[in-house]
Design a protein around this ligand. Structure first.
Ligand SMILES: Cc1ncc(COP(=O)(O)O)c(C=O)c1O
Length: 415
């Protein structure tokens, strides 16, 4: 009896929470996509232009990655079969880690199952209860969760504000170890961290510096190694973190740094130790992507050409894309309901741009996060701009936006 009473309370809690999310315009639902994630795909049975993918260089569908994955399946099978420390350290891992360290200009590197796990495992291994972590206030959830797991005192400095960072470093002289965390390209605003200044402060105050290059790897730097490479900071950044899941079109997180750092993580990073390695096919695809990134700078150029074209077009239409400095163009609308209405409106025009709402972004800053690929054609960008022009008109006449029926059978609660 008691358990059925508890069960009823649990059901009521779930229903109330979901209702509140729905009312606030924050209810989420997975959207069914069909086809490969190229510049176009099928959403709700309709062929649309994809403008919200992290497949920045178009590598997720590249034939060479597919071929590398097929070959690895033939040679090594489908699974790593165990933690890499116990039974899973297959040859593709060794190859990938050497290639990655070479690209990043570091002594060594370590591949994790995802970027999320690389961040949580590394931060919690490096900092403990007697330490202080200084984290940019807009850092990704995986960095934040690493802080939480570490039990270190976490100080959030104002976004990209080096003066505030320094004030906080001065205010915590007693911490046993200090660790500074920042993204290089911020995932939701597309702006760049002042890495030179942050690296200077890390050195001045004896802090370790972890830079998350999730959205910079493949995209920034002469060989695509990231913003750290672009700024010549390989020797100043202790921990270069990133992921194969975005511009590299595959899956898996990584840490690049000194041999001692990597050896230490093998002993202390729980998200590395207590999980099965990635399948060999995924690892081989990542290695193929690294090679392409190094050898084909024209892909980066094509991406930047597309960014310049779309950004200018959107700004000419009156959209404010600040503070972006990258391939991520944030179109802030503020209100979550309005943002999702704009998302539905664009979908009806044949353009898929996902709305991003709290808790992914701070309250009141919901936005359409437009992101580009090197493989979008000039015609496709023109097509996107035509849809955004209609959106701009609809935004200025709110009734038009509100009255838009969701595409096909979807209701507001579908988002
Ligand atoms: C800045 C940043 N760091 C880390 C991650 C996590 O990477 P992954 O998707 O490989 O887990 C992401 C991706 O969502 C990200 O945007």
């Amino acid at each position: 009896m008691q358990s059925s009473q508890n069960n009823t309370e649990a059901q009521a809690f779930l229903a109330t929470t979901l209702h509140a999310l729905q009312k606030a315009g924050l209810k989420r639902k997975l959207r069914d996509l069909e086809g490969a994630p190229g510049p176009r795909l099928t959403v709700d049975g309709r062929n649309v232009l994809l403008l919200c993918s992290n497949n920045y260089l178009g590598l997720a569908t590249d034939e060479r990655l597919k071929q590398a994955a097929h070959q690895a399946i033939e040679a090594f099978g489908c699974g790593a079969t165990g933690s890499r420390l116990i039974s899973g350290n297959l040859e593709p891992y060794r190859h990938l880690e050497l290639e990655l360290a070479s690209l990043k200009g570091t002594e060594a590197s370590l591949v994790f199952a995802s970027g999320y796990q690389a961040n949580t495992g590394t931060i919690s291994a490096l900092a403990g209860s007697r330490d202080a972590i200084f984290s940019d206030s807009l850092n990704h959830a995986s960095l934040l969760d690493g802080c939480r797991l570490s039990r270190a005192e976490t100080i959030f400095y104002n976004h990209c504000d080096v003066e505030d960072l320094e004030r906080n470093l001065i205010a915590h002289p007693a911490a046993r170890r200090k660790l500074i965390l920042t993204e290089s390209v911020f995932s939701m605003d597309g702006d760049l961290a002042p890495l030179k200044e942050i690296a200077f402060l890390a050195n001045k105050y004896g802090a370790m510096l972890l830079v998350d290059e999730a959205h910079a790897t493949g995209v920034f730097g002469p060989t695509g190694a990231g913003l750290v490479e672009a700024l010549g900071l390989q020797q100043q950044v202790d921990i270069q973190m990133g992921t194969f899941s975005k511009a590299l079109g595959s899956l898996g997180g990584y840490i690049a740094g000194s041999s001692d750092l990597i050896s230490y993580l093998l002993h202390r990073a729980r998200s590395f130790i207590f999980t099965t390695g990635l399948p060999p096919a995924v690892v081989a695809a990542s290695a193929a992507a690294l090679q392409i990134v190094r050898q084909e700078p024209q892909r980066r150029q094509a991406l930047w050409n597309n960014v310049a074209h779309l950004q200018k077009g959107l700004e000419d239409l009156g959209f404010d894309l600040r503070p972006t400095q990258s391939q991520i163009l944030p179109l802030r609308l503020g209100d979550a309901q309005r943002t999702m209405a704009a998302c539905r409106f664009l979908l009806k025009q044949g353009v898929f741009v996902q709305g991003i709402r709290p808790p992914t972004v701070p309250l009141g800053t919901a936005r359409l996060r437009v992101s580009l690929m090197a493989t979008h054609s000039t015609d496709e960008i023109a097509e996107a701009l035509a849809a955004f022009e209609k959106l701009q008109y609809a935004l200025q006449t709110p009734k038009r936006l509100a009255n838009r029926r969701p595409v096909t059978h979807l209701s507001a609660s579908s988002f």
